[in-house]
Structure formats: C-alpha cells, structure tokens
Write a protein that binds this ligand. Sequence first.
Ligand code: ADP
Ligand code: MG
Length: 238
Amino acid sequence: MTKIVLENITKKFSGYTALDNINLKIRDKEFMALLGPSGSGKSTLLYTIAGIYKPTSGKIYFDDIDVTELPPKDRNIGLVFQNWALYPHMKVFNNIAFPLELRKYPKQEIEKKVKEIAKMLQIDHLLNRYPHQLSGGQQQRVAIARALVKEPNVLLLDEPLSNLDALLKIEVRAELKRLQKELGITTVYVTHDQAEALAMADRIAIIRKGKILQIGSPYEVYYKPKYKFVGKFLGNPP
Ligand code: ADP
Ligand code: MG
C-alpha cells in the first residue's frame, strides 16, 4: 500500500526552483532515504511533506487523502531535525511529554507513554536530567522519543545523525532502524551520507538540483545507476 504520494511537486523560493516537478510514492511502513549533495533540495522536500512549506504547485496525498493544504499539526507526523533543539529548561521527561501535554492527554497516560518510549530508546534512566547533562547521542535519542511519543503515522528525519561522532552514529543508526521496523512506521530520512542511506533504507531516492534522478533499492541504485552522477555519488563509478 502507498502511504505518501507526491504529485508534480514544484517549490520555488522567489523565482529559484528548489524542487522541480517531483513525483514520489512512499510505501506504508517503508524506510525511504532522500539522498543527495548539499543544496540539492532534500530538506525542502522533507519540509514540504511535513507541511512546513507549501508547494508552489503540485499535490501531496497521505493515505489517498489530499493534505496539500493541511498544516503540519494535522498531518500526524513526527519530526526530527538536524539540530535537535530540545527545550533546555525542561527535564528529559518533560521534553518527551511536551507533545502529549499540548494535546491535553491525562497525566497518567502521559507518564505511561513517556516511560514506554524512553525504554525503547534506552534513555529511561535519564528522564530526570536536563538536556545539557546528556551526550549528543543521548540528546538525539530524546529528540527521536519526542517525535515518536504521540505515535505518528509518519516519521520525518532531517540528517538526524550528522552531529554525532562516528561511533555514536553507527549505534544510533542501528537503534533507529530497529525501532522503525518494530513500530512499523513509515519513515522518510534525509541524508547526504551515502553509507547511511545504503545501510538503512528500503529504497533510496537520489536527488540532484531539485530533481529525483533515480529511485530504487540500495542494490539497484548502487549496482544499476541510471546516471553517471548516481554511480559516482554512491562511490561505484562506471
Ligand atoms: P539540502 O537539504 O539538500 O541541502 P535545501 O532543501 O536546504 O537543500 O536547499 C535547496 C536549495 O533551495 C538551496 O539552493 C537553498 O539555498 C534553497 N533554499 C532552501 N530553503 C530556502 C528558503 N527558505 N529561501 C530561499 N532559498 C531556500
Ligand atoms: Mg538540508
């Protein structure tokens, strides 16, 4: 089943075309990586899926429903950004609880859900700390927990591991992947890191200059690149 459809999406910033007629179908429970060099339009595409940006033209569907005009809060998505921006004055517990408090969940339910998701991400021993008392990897797990606690249908991540050192990257990468499969959550993952995309994704969309050049499994894009650029970019030049 198809979860998200992007139909002829174009996004212009005062005349500059950041996304050029993008067509993309993301399957239910799929882990889709958006991979491309810096400035290729990955974040713009992710924020357009999130509803943070409105496309200049084109349509977006979630579960066959036209959401093009829906604001982010009505799209049932979890978002994790590159700079994970936890609330510095709130303890980890309250950071994770925040989306539920906004939605006026009962206190007991909030506590239950926060503890559940914290346990899954192995940060349940950190709930009483403040963000500045955590390592980078721990902070990023808190951001992921905060995005997941309201049980969204779709998880959108923008280079979530780029600020972590190499070892932590591998650790959080594996954990994120496990969680994604366990929860069966449709995930769109923006990265410029080829190895990350190849290791994590079910399918990869290769983006360059606002256009999707190729969509395929890691195997397909690596071994059967449709363009010289794709082969080169993935480190398997012709
Ligand atoms: P990526 O995430 O792949 O690095 P972006 O989606 O951030 O790329 O940017 C794609 C292009 O659109 C870049 O040339 C960038 O300068 C431009 N762009 C992105 N956001 C804006 C904005 N808010 N206003 C003007 N130009 C933007
Ligand atoms: Mg970006």
